[in-house]
Design a protein around this ligand. Structure first.
Ligand code: GAP
Length: 432
């Protein structure tokens, strides 16, 4: 049985990971809301990413920039001029497509008639005006990448953090793109979150650091439990490079709809800092005390979407198997990423009270755990399997006699008896 995007979407909806945004008003295309489990999974993704930055033992600072930027900033970054996709309309049904995604020799796939407009360039930034006066000076854009907040704060960060070259600035935050055709669920959205690192180094150090970062970022995905055979590297051809990049390597994942970019590692050279120096009039350079010369640092960027990684983890963990003659769906997430770490289940409702007490003790330690007393035990196991909970502890009639519970492993469904006072130690081992 294969994993399909439809199955992932259905599970996300059924279990409350992800909802279509503003669904009661018909939904907003390419925009999603995350429910309880979705929120928790996202937090685990972000925490692991931050951890992966800290454990490089490199000099990395963190920041959280604004979502809105003035037009001058986006002129400097090249986004007002270059950040567009080719667009074409069907003259019959008026549907709009990305020109590189349709065969203009053939008829429209929606209405079956052939008639296309000229290809036009469509800028993907969301434009707005700040304040009550909608004039030229008040134009602002929602950021299409978090990176620019880092570049425009380069001077502030270096001046306030006693940091020495080489160093990195990492950020997690929202980005917005008016995609012509948002699609494949969380893969291509209009509002999404990025995790970006900008690594600043001397111009002649990029050849050393670029492969180091590619290797570190590939390793990150293996560390969070993604299967090695679903990950590969792809080097951009000249035609594929973004306007700011001289070389890019993507970490690709094999989604149900093919191999696609998960993360991009780009050599941005001095493009951004030089552009902002030119447009703002502020020198974004550093002084090398050894050579007594100033230079514009070069940048290696590692950029991945939180939501795209969310989808990746679900695709990778989605499993259908048969247990005791019954089909089940299971998310084989690594315990570190699982939204709920353990479930505490009384075999029957009248055993609830002692289980509640155990649950309270574990929850008070700050672990995300669940207590569930309703429905048959089989149904409760199925639910926990489907949301990826690594272990269920069940309290039964014997528990009253032997002060022990059964611990059921999600992947194997095997059960073992463990003393109640050993639960914290058992969980610690399981989760690390
Ligand atoms: N600062 C560089 C940059 O933004 P990008 O390749 O356009 O480069 C980086 O985006 C990452 O952000 C992608 O690899 C992907 O994980 C995520 N991403 C980009 N566009 C997205 C979208 N429309 N929806 C969801 N994630 C997206």
């Amino acid at each position: 049985m294969s994993t399909t995007l439809d199955k992932i979407v259905a599970l996300c909806k059924r279990r409350g990971f992800v909802y279509q945004s503003a669904e009661i008003y018909g939904g907003l295309n390419g925009v999603y809301d995350f429910g309880h489990l979705g929120f928790l999974l996202k937090q685990n993704i972000k925490r692991s990413w931050i951890q992966s930055m800290i454990t490089t033992q490199k000099n990395i600072l963190f920041m959280d920039g604004a979502l809105l930027g003035p037009e001058a900033l986006w002129n400097a970054s090249g986004h007002t001029k270059n950040f567009h996709d080719p667009m074409v309309d069907c003259t019959n049904c008026k549907r709009r497509f990305r020109a590189d995604e349709v065969d203009l020799e053939k008829a429209c796939t929606v209405c079956g008639k052939k008639g296309w407009t000229e290809i036009r360039q469509f800028n993907m930034m969301f434009k707005t005006n700040l304040g009550a006066l909608a004039d030229e000076k008040s134009i602002a854009y929602l950021r299409p990448e978090t990176a620019q907040s880092i570049f425009v704060n380069f001077k502030n960060m270096i001046a306030t953090n006693r940091v020495k070259m080489p160093f990195g600035i990492a950020q997690i935050g929202k980005a917005f793109r008016n995609e012509i055709t948002p699609k494949q669920f969380l893969f291509r959205m209009r509002e999404f979150e990025q995790m970006e690192l900008e690594w600043f180094c001397k111009p002649d150090e990029t050849d050393k650091y670029f492969p180091e970062w590619v290797q570190a970022r590939e390793q990150f995905y293996l560390n969070i439990g993604i299967k090695k055979e679903h990950i590969r590297l792809h080097q951009h051809t000249k035609e594929e490079l973004s306007h700011y990049s001289s070389r890019t390597t993507d970490v690709q994942y094999e989604f149900p709809f093919g191999w696609k970019e998960l993360e991009g590692i780009a050599d941005r050279g001095d493009f951004d800092l030089s552009q902002h120096t030119k447009h703002s009039g502020k020198d974004l350079v550093v002084h090398d005390e050894q050579t007594n010369q100033s230079y514009t640092p070069h940048v290696i960027e590692c950029s991945v979407g939180v939501d795209r990684l969310f989808l990746t983890l679900l695709c990778d963990a989605y499993t259908e198997d048969t247990v005791g003659g019954e089909e089940r769906t299971m998310l084989a997430l690594s315990p570190r990423m699982a939204p709920i770490k353990a479930a505490f289940l009384p075999l029957v409702k009248k055993l609830s009270e002692p289980v509640r007490k155990i649950y309270d003790v574990i929850a008070a330690q700050g672990l995300m755990v669940e207590f569930d007393e309703s429905g048959s035990i089989g149904k409760r196991y199925r639910r926990q399997d489907e949301i990826g909970t690594p272990v269920c502890f069940t309290y039964d009639f014997e528990s009253q006699e032997d002060d022990a519970v059964t611990a059921r492993d999600r992947n194997t469904t095997q059960q073992e008896r463990i003393a109640i006072d050993r639960i914290p130690e058992y969980l610690f081992k399981k989760l690390t």
